[in-house]
Design a protein around this ligand. Structure first.
Ligand code: COA
Length: 214
């Protein structure tokens, strides 16, 4: 059993601890570059990125003991350049983290999502999804995605967006009726003649999904 609630300012440190032992290690791109191997690794770049996104309009699931078992970190972002990756790249000192940012820049430049929805100013962005390894494949992300949609409706935001580096978050987006607006195999993201990052199967494709609520 678990319960879902909004992440508030007072939850930020617990969420950071949870993200560090789950998402930072297991997310396919970060895992692909070996960015973080244990919760005690030094990860200032991703710490900063994650912290800056919190609490936002984010959601978490807690078990009966009150421990966090899943998160969906969300924010309201401008449709054009939702994240300032160029500044992040300029300030980044870690070569592994740099590769992940380069990957995201390649995706944004190729996709130009703002041309797909030129009349939209804002998007409800699902930035990070993470479930504790013991609680995976039990429908928690699906439940949090449903709650995110309700939050977007309450805020009167018409378009939701999620980038899925994981085959499982892609499945969740599809289950909720999101439309795939970008899909490319990781083998096709090249820099200096080599694929930038090759995550482990089944996470072979980088996808961006969008859902229009009305
Ligand atoms: C991606 C992640 C958040 C999914 O969370 P979850 O709570 O396990 O997801 P759910 O149980 O709601 O499952 C979502 C979908 O993925 C499928 N799925 C999840 N784990 C799976 C597995 N191990 N094998 C096959 N399918 C799986 C489910 O069947 C479901 O598909 P459906 O909606 O078509 O039935 C989780 O795997 C995770 O934390 N991964 C590490 C961090 C990460 O990769 N984050 C996402 C980056 S975009």
């Amino acid at each position: 059993m678990y319960s879902v609630s909004r992440i508030c300012e007072r939850d930020v440190e617990d969420v950071m601890t949870f993200m560090k032992r789950t998402f930072f290690i297991d997310e396919p791109l970060y895992k692909g570059v070996g960015y973080c191997n244990s919760a005690s690794d030094d990860t200032p770049d991703l710490d900063e990125f994650c912290r800056a996104a919190l609490p936002g309009v984010s959601l978490m699931a807690k078990n009966e003991e009150g421990s966090i078992v899943a998160t969906l970190i969300c924010g309201i972002s401008p449709i054009v350049n939702p994240t300032d990756f160029l500044s992040a790249l300029k300030n980044c000192k870690c070569p592994k983290y740099k590769k992940v940012i380069q990957m995201m820049i390649l995706r944004e430049v190729i996709m130009e999502i703002w041309n797909i929805y030129p009349n939209e100013k804002q998007v409800f962005e699902i930035k990070m999804a993470s479930t504790d390894a013991k609680w995976r494949n039990k429908g928690i992300m699906n439940q949090l995605m449903k709650e995110a949609e309700n939050a977007a409706k309450e805020l009167n935001i018409r378009v939701l967006r999620i980038e899925t580096s994981s085959a499982y978050s892609a499945k969740s987006a599809e289950r909720h009726g999101y439309k795939c607006v970008f899909s490319r195999a990781y083998t096709e993201f090249m820099l200096d003649g080599k694929p930038l990052i090759l995550p482990e199967p089944p996470h072979t494709k980088d996808n961006v999904y969008v859902k229009e609520l009305y």
